[in-house]
Design a protein around this ligand. Structure first.
Ligand code: PBG
Length: 328
């Protein structure tokens, strides 16, 4: 049988490449994580994440302004309190660090969409994601009550969406019910559904001071060898009322993103975590890679795999690459 030669025609010029492109990236799909630390006048570069900063609630708007000027208007906030205790009680105070920062941001940038990370690990003295029972494991059900209180306090301060990252069983439903009960039926939940027990969180734990003081998170984060289990976690969170589900980390988990995107009818977020950022920055500093092209290629790969939303410390860089027409 006569065969046509393979069609290279779709690659011949810029216009046709644009027309036939399969993956589009928009600034609207980007979320930028930011760290807010209790105190005043703080703007300190995070040693493990160069180019990323700790802000205090009174300076965070400087960082938000930079982001907005790149055309990105969605953030995810992480809080670092001064006071940590066994329960993590600073997490749900109305004048807590995240709550104060949200009010500040909303006052100055009402158009900026604020998502909050809801977890106890930055607030507990032991660094685990919940209350401990018998001092060694996390008490799932007691932790749920604290997560509800924390999520509610964020929303009362003006958060537009909450993102529980703790991996306790039943947390999405618990938070959904608490929000509905208080009249916040319109506030969506983005669930960290498939969150692996990954070494890629290393730099974040330095940044948030949240490394567990003993043990690890393997009892509540997923085994890196498993993929079907991720689908089960995602299905469970959707059944509990999640509006967006997330896979985390991103780059080593493109297979999970791809599978999930084919399976679900909801928006899928991928979190390109601190270790992914730090590796690119370190390699670029050592002049081993073309930083910009790698940032673009990584972002494209995550969307190509099927993510609809990307949470990334490179959000500003990606926005610039889109502006320059290098990706998008
Ligand atoms: C937990 C949380 C973590 C990250 C986001 N939320 C740390 C962890 O699970 O140990 C990691 C994000 C990153 O590495 O960039 N509150």
């Amino acid at each position: 049988m006569e065969m046509l030669s393979r069609p290279r025609r779709l690659r011949t010029n810029e216009a046709i490449r644009g027309l036939s492109r399969e993956t589009r990236i928009s600034k609207d799909s980007l979320i930028y994580p930011m760290f807010v630390r209790e105190g005043k006048g703080i703007k300190e570069e995070i040693p493990s994440l160069y180019g990323q900063y700790h802000y205090s609630p009174d300076t965070i708007c400087q960082g938000v302004e930079e982001l907005v000027s790149c055309g990105v208007n969605k953030i995810m906030l992480f809080g670092i309190p001064e006071h940590k205790d066994e329960l993590g009680s600073s997490a749900w105070q109305q004048d807590g660090v995240v709550q104060t920062a949200i009010r500040e941001i909303k006052k100055n940038f009402p158009q900026v969409y604020c998502i909050t990370d809801v977890c106890m690990c930055e607030y507990t003295s032991h660094g685990h994601c919940g209350v401990l029972c018998e001092c060694t494991t996390v008490d799932n059900d007691k932790t749920l009550e604290l997560l509800e209180k924390t999520a509610l306090s964020h929303v009362r301060a003006g958060a537009d969406m909450v993102a529980p990252s703790d991996m306790m069983d039943g947390r999405v439903l618990a938070i959904r019910k608490a929000l509905d009960r208080e009249g916040f039926t319109h506030i969506p939940i983005m669930a960290y559904s498939a969150k692996y027990a990954s070494a890629f969180y290393g730099p974040f734990r330095d940044a948030a001071g949240s490394a567990p003081s003993f043990g690890d998170r393997r009892s509540y984060q997923m085994d890196i060898h498993n993929s079907k289990e991720a689908m089960k976690e995602i299905d469970g969170d959707i059944a509990e009322g999640a509006d967006i589900v997330m896979v985390k980390p991103a780059l080593s988990y493109l297979d999970i993103i791809s599978k999930a995107s084919q399976r679900i009818q909801l928006p899928l977020a991928a979190y390109s975590v601190s270790g992914e950022y730090a590796m690119i920055e370190a390699a670029a500093k050592a002049d081993l890679i073309d930083r910009e092209r790698i940032i673009g290629e990584v972002a494209v790969s995550i969307f190509r795999a099927g993510a609809n939303i990307l949470i990334t410390y490179h959000a500003k860089d990606i926005a610039k690459l889109i502006d320059e027409g290098k990706i998008g």
